[in-house]
Design a protein around this ligand. Sequence first.
Ligand SMILES: O=C[C@H](O)COP(=O)(O)O
Length: 249
Amino acid sequence: MTQRKRIVAGNWKMNGSLELINQFAETIKTDLYPNVEVIFFPPSPLLSAMAGKGFNTGAQTVSEHDAGAFTGEVEAKLVRELGCKYTLIGHSERRTLFAESDAVLVKKFAKAQQVGLTPILCVGETESQRDADATEQTIATQLNAIIDKLGVACLQNSVIAYEPVWAIGTGKTATPEQAQSVHKFIRDLIASKDAQIAATLPILYGGSVNDSNSELLFAQPDIDGGLIGGASLKPDAFSTICASAVGNV
Ligand SMILES: O=C[C@H](O)COP(=O)(O)O
């Protein structure tokens, strides 16, 4: 069986503070989670402070543009200079609240890789899409938007996060079986284009993951870790989630 990288990523969204970083530095000792890469995605102004505590960091989004007159945007190259290794691309909140289209996300994905950041591409269906049996079609459209423009080889240095929109911040987690079924669909879709890339690509689950449900989710064969929102703001819960990713290496 292929050994894939295990990742637990904490997306703080527009939350957190210098004080919270100190609390995490006291609680989370990442060497306690062998073979698990723990990454924090705090708001951009906190990236340096987080990295200063020795944590792996990533941005929640980056601009598709190079430096210039783009007030309020964050340049990918600068994020890389701050020591980040990753960036989220296409989180559902960016897609819906900030109207980021697949076309823009292709540019952001390419820009991230161009400057040496690993993109974590977020995909997922809404509740009405799931109810209409359009889950797989939705995911395929989101993935193919990237693959068709950039080529499947762009996934070589990337991570996918499956986040059903109906499970984000709602307390309604996908069951391990529901999540595994979509993860397998994603891996199979990519395998139909490049089996080697599909076999080694980490696919994370996100959507109301907590310290009680993470173990069963992470035990699924195609779930390689998690993208955690609310629970990533609680040091003790997050530490339990990281520990639960160790077991399935
Ligand atoms: O990026 C994280 C996801 O949006 C999940 O958030 P959540 O764990 O609060 O549901």
